[in-house]
Design a protein around this ligand. Structure first.
Ligand code: ADP
Length: 267
């Protein structure tokens, strides 16, 4: 069935006792996950590598269906909705996002035809508008060196263009999988802050590999070996000295303090 079009964007998603194993695997990648993504709330998802963060997003965006439990959109199992229609609810910036060898403008719109003014607005919000304006053909400049006018952009700029694309789509749910290798902690904090800005009136999920970038998020979800084991704000979570969040924070804290400029930023 089609997803109900709501002008008020009142879409709420609930995971109810969801467990999932990848095809051919004996172990659970997610175990008995229950949570509600309430409208307008912002979540940061943290946890060691392999703890289930990406799997959670894959189930949310229906790349896989859970074997146990159910995922509900406004009370109805998401599998009952038309797939393409359902995906319209999400803007997802994956870590391995792809820019296409098309023009800058087409990359933002993910379409050949687009509203130039709105594309520029999105690029400005993502913090990369001036870089595009300075290119010889502006929005028509091909990204990557496919022809003489083509421009090679950096990893950080590509990330911002991917954010602009998510903005242009203007979906009620925004998901950002934080880049691990491409950005230093300061740049990462900048991406996170921008993401918070652009997602201000949306339901937002931020997959974080460095805890420093999401310490100001009110809803931090801590995953461990496929389970959601803690949730709360940084200030709440850090008080539980036996908790996983405390361990993760301390394991990474030394890294933040190496450079005094960074420790000022991250407190
Ligand atoms: P994270 O995003 O927190 O690093 P993942 O959700 O990618 O963790 O992984 C959760 C678990 O699922 C891990 O044990 C991982 O090895 C396993 N896994 C991830 N992708 C696949 C896959 N395509 N096939 C089989 N197992 C997978």
């Amino acid at each position: 069935m089609p997803v109900e079009k709501r002008n008020d964007n009142e879409y709420e998603i609930e995971f109810r006792n969801v467990s999932f194993k990848y095809p051919g695997s004996d172990t659970y990648a997610l175990i008995n996950l229950s949570l509600k993504l309430k409208i307008g709330e912002h979540f940061a998802v943290v946890g060691r590598n392999g703890s289930g963060k990406t799997t959670f997003i894959k189930l949310l965006t229906r790349l896989y269906d859970p074997q146990e439990g159910e995922i509900l959109l406004n009370g109805i199992n998401i599998q009952k909705y038309d797939y393409v229609d359902y995906l319209r609810l999400f803007s997802v910036v994956f870590q391995d996002f792809k820019l296409f060898a098309f023009s800058a403008g087409q990359n933002v719109a993910a379409d050949v035809h687009y509203d130039k003014e709105r594309v520029m607005e999105c690029l400005d919000k993502a913090g990369v508008g001036n870089r595009i304006r300075k290119m010889s053909k502006g929005l028509d400049t091909p990204l990557y060196k496919i022809d003489a006018d083509g421009v090679e952009i950096s990893g950080g700029e590509a990330q911002k263009i991917a954010i602009a694309r998510a903005l242009y789509k203007d979906a009620p749910f925004v998901v950002l999988d934080e880049p691990t290798a491409a950005l230093d902690p300061v740049a990462e904090f900048e991406v996170y802050s921008k993401f918070q800005d652009i997602a201000s009136d949306k339901t937002a999920i931020y997959i974080s590999h460095r805890l420093s970038s999401c310490r100001f998020c009110d809803n931090i979800l801590v995953f461990n070996q496929g389970e959601l084991i803690q949730s709360g704000s940084h200030d709440e979570l850090i008080q539980d000295e036996d908790g996983q969040y405390y361990k993760l924070w301390n394991a990474q804290a030394q890294y933040y303090r190496e450079d005094p400029r960074k420790s000022r930023l991250h407190g």
